[in-house]
Ligand binder design. Structure first.
Ligand code: NAD
Ligand code: HP7
Length: 313
């Protein structure tokens, strides 16, 4: 049984980490969040200690190590994106491996610094990239691998996860904290696309606003028109009619694969792989971090060239 601590315990995704720790037969010793709405802990680890001040959390971890000789194997990190690298350093310096939410960091140079610390401490940094564990995506990767090696696929990727006005008020709406929507939400599919279709050769952004982004990617084995939105008005009419607010779809050579469902257990699946030593590492995360950094820092060209049909919405 491995011992865990959790940073960012009061947030939306934290219960998925608690569940994954429990489902994999492990134990949560302590959790930290400056906000104290963490009653959900009772459903998973009622005996875990909880702190709203970092210094007290840190003192407790030291006490476990030196007074009680209790090992701490992992620190899971579900805090806002711009704090991830600092929280990963807390884990590694304390002698634990890190399991950090996506995006691992906001900028490529943050990865270089973490790589140095990982080498220095001998501790591992794992990240959550759960699209790589989604069955529809695994099947698609297999299909591409089995196709003739010179085949270049035509892809439309549509990724709509509707959010209310709260999103813009929260840290998620602040580009300096979340990286903006292409980083906070898009990182999943940029990682997935390069994982399946190979390195990015051209990266054009057509539009990029607070609630949507669209662009074109030339990958080794695909031409991809992509559209990302958090505005429900951009959902296809048929999806709206079903009352569905999330629409994740990939059209490959005209054939649609919808993968909106199938996400609920993927944090547990991610933990299973991490515990077996097969977690996604800092090296796996780098390519998508570079891609979203480029997208964040380039001027959209407007509706020119090969753009996704939803870009006109
Ligand atoms: P959230 O805002 O609901 O939760 C973040 C939590 O971090 C809050 O409880 C907040 O109080 C806490 N926090 C703020 N400052 C902190 C600090 N200095 N130290 C410790 N905790 C602090 O956000 P969320 O949706 O739970 O997102 C958390 C992380 O998980 C983000 O990195 C996000 O990108 C990621 N996420 C991933 C997925 C996924 O599909 N893999 C889904 C949602 C969120
Ligand atoms: N929801 C909340 O209640 N609070 C939140 O903070 C977020 C959602 P999905 P996930 O928005 O930050 C995706 O669209 O898949 C509600 C990204 N992950 O399925 O869980 C929401 O209103 C993630 O990287 O959201 O998360 C729905 O009712 C990104 O950080 C419900 O939860 C996150 O959005 C489910 O919403 C975000 C993927 O796309 C895989």
């Amino acid at each position: 049984m491995k011992n865990f601590a959790l940073i960012g315990a009061a947030g939306y995704i934290a219960p998925r980490h608690m569940k994954a720790i429990k489902d994999t037969g492990n134990h949560l010793l302590a959790a930290y969040d400056p906000y104290d709405g963490v009653g959900i802990m009772d459903s998973y680890f009622p005996s875990a200690r909880f702190f709203v001040e970092f210094e007290r959390f840190d003192r407790y971890l030291e006490k476990l190590k030196y007074d009680e000789k209790v090992p701490l194997d992992y620190i899971s990190i579900a805090s806002p994106n711009y704090l991830h690298d600092a929280h990963i350093r807390v884990a590694l310096r304390r002698g634990a491996d890190a399991i950090c939410e996506k995006p691992l960091v906001l900028n490529p140079w943050n990865i270089d610094a973490l790589e140095r610390l990982s080498e220095e401490t001998g501790k591992k940094i794992n990240t959550i990239l759960q699209l790589r564990l989604h069955q529809t995506i695994i099947d698609l990767k297999k299909r591409v691998e089995e196709a003739p090696k010179d085949k270049i696929f035509d892809i439309d990727l549509t990724y709509i996860t509707s959010r209310g006005y709260w999103y813009y008020t929260s840290w998620k709406g602040d580009v300096t904290k979340s990286g903006g929507i292409a980083t906070n939400i898009g990182v999943h599919f940029f990682d997935m696309l390069a994982w399946i279709f190979g390195d990015i050769q051209q990266n054009t952004v057509h539009i990029h606003t607070h609630d949507r982004a669209a662009g074109f990617l030339q990958l080794e084995r695909a031409r991809v028109r992509w559209f990302l939105s958090i505005n429900e008005e951009t959902l296809p009419e048929a999806i709206k009619a079903k009352g569905q607010r999330t629409y994740r779809s990939i059209t490959i050579e005209g054939e649609e694969l919808e993968f909106s469902a199938g996400f609920t257990d993927l944090h547990t699946r991610s933990y299973e792989e991490i515990l077996k030593g097969n977690g996604y590492t800092i090296t796996d995360a780098r390519r998508a971090i570079e891609t979203v950094h480029q997208i964040r820092n380039q001027q959209p060209v407007g509706l020119k060239g090969d753009y996704h049909p939803f870009a006109v919405k």
